[in-house]
Ligand binder design. Structure first.
Ligand SMILES: Nc1nc2c(c(=O)[nH]1)N[C@H]1C(S)=C(S)[C@@H](COP(=O)(O)O)O[C@H]1N2
Ligand SMILES: [Mo]
Length: 332
């Protein structure tokens, strides 16, 4: 794995260079207001405001997508939110390259409209959702989740979306449905690495139906009070906060209900390294490295991994019962 200093690798123009002066002055004023904790900032969501106050960085480049504060247990963490710039420039999205900086550099070619998500398989009401309809299917919520990659780094991100369960309920899974498979876009015309032999495309992932129905499993459309940047999986992705990041499939086009455990992209690439469950677990090492610690992007030193990783990424109280009686070393 290549570790680069993303601080110095990042050379976006300053906002002042790309924004008309009047708009820029307005934005500065808003930022000052937010940093001072002033009320009435209708533009940013509550977590978005918190992120701005903490990092002094505004997203401000994409369409706003606000969410109400979530009441789902475990949906809020008091940890410091990762800087927007870090969360959008240090990514895994292999369709756009294998280097952490590649998605931010290459994903501008992704076309996120028109976009549809096909829901099929063992459900009573299979159907195709247009993205605009999907956005409004349930109330958008803000959820602050950790995302931890199997590579040993983590971030804290204010996502915007709603529980995947809201969508699942509406299509009525049949009794025989035991798993949910997510299929993501594989478009050679806009995704330069689709066709390469890095992975078997399309990138797919899967969950057991009860995992998919858990209220913490998020169908995400935005982050930091805005729509998802392309490199983070626009226009719609999954975020499963207690599993390794690769379970959180980006740019989803199909959701399929099955009675058999679906194969997953990483499972097919290296079966003994990436199991179906992939629950964050400090006691189950990846065959080539430990999972006991992690490095928080933007906070911990580049080569230090001192932060202790928690079982189920710290969401044990919420999700532990899903795995009662299961040998987590066997079902890794
Ligand atoms: N379609 C697709 N989804 C994907 C990936 C990918 O390569 N393709 N990478 C996964 C991995 S390994 C991680 S760690 C997370 C990273 O999400 P982030 O870039 O928003 O932090 O996305 C996951 N979803
Ligand atoms: Mo990952």
């Amino acid at each position: 794995m290549l570790i680069r200093n993303h601080e110095s690798a990042f050379d976006h123009p300053h906002a002042s260079e790309i924004t008309p002066p009047a708009v820029y002055a307005q934005r500065r004023a808003l930022l000052r207001q937010l940093a001072g904790g002033a009320a009435g900032a209708a533009l940013a969501s509550w977590a978005g405001r918190q992120a701005l106050a903490q990092t002094g960085q505004a997203p401000g480049r994409l369409a706003a997508l606000a969410g109400q504060r979530s009441s789902v247990a475990g949906a809020v963490t008091v940890e410091k939110i990762t800087a927007y710039q870090d969360a959008t420039s240090y990514n895994n999205f292999y369709e756009f390259g294998t280097d952490k900086a590649d998605p931010a550099r290459n994903a501008h070619t992704l076309k996120t409209r028109p976009w549809t998500v096909e829901v099929e398989g063992l459900v009573n009401k299979p159907r195709r959702f247009d993205i605009e309809e999907l956005l409004k299917l349930s109330a958008q919520e803000e959820r602050i989740y950790r995302l931890r990659c199997v590579e040993g780094w983590s971030m804290v991100i204010p996502w915007v979306g709603y529980s995947l369960a809201e969508l699942i309920k509406r299509v009525e899974p049949q009794g025989s449905a035991k798993y949910v498979e997510f299929v993501t876009l594989a478009d050679k015309a806009t995704m330069p690495y689709v066709g390469s032999r890095v992975l078997d495309w399309p990138y797919t992932e899967g969950l057991r139906l009860d995992e998919a129905m858990h209220p913490l499993t998020l169908l995400a459309f935005g982050m930091y009070g805005e729509v998802l940047p392309n490199q983070n999986g626009a226009p719609v992705r999954i975020v499963v906060p207690w599993k390794y990041g690769f379970k959180s499939a980006k740019s989803i086009v199909k959701i399929r209900f099955t009675d058999k455990e679906p194969a997953t992209a990483w499972n097919k690439a290296a079966r003994h390294e990436y199991g179906f469950y992939s629950n964050v677990n400090p006691d189950v090492a990846h065959p080539r490295w430990s999972q006991a610690t992690e490095r928080r992007i933007g906070e911990d030193g580049l080569f230090s991994r001192k932060r202790k990783t928690l079982l189920f990424n710290g969401y044990e109280a919420q999700v532990g019962q899903l795995y009662a009686g299961m040998d987590l070393k066997k079902f890794y």
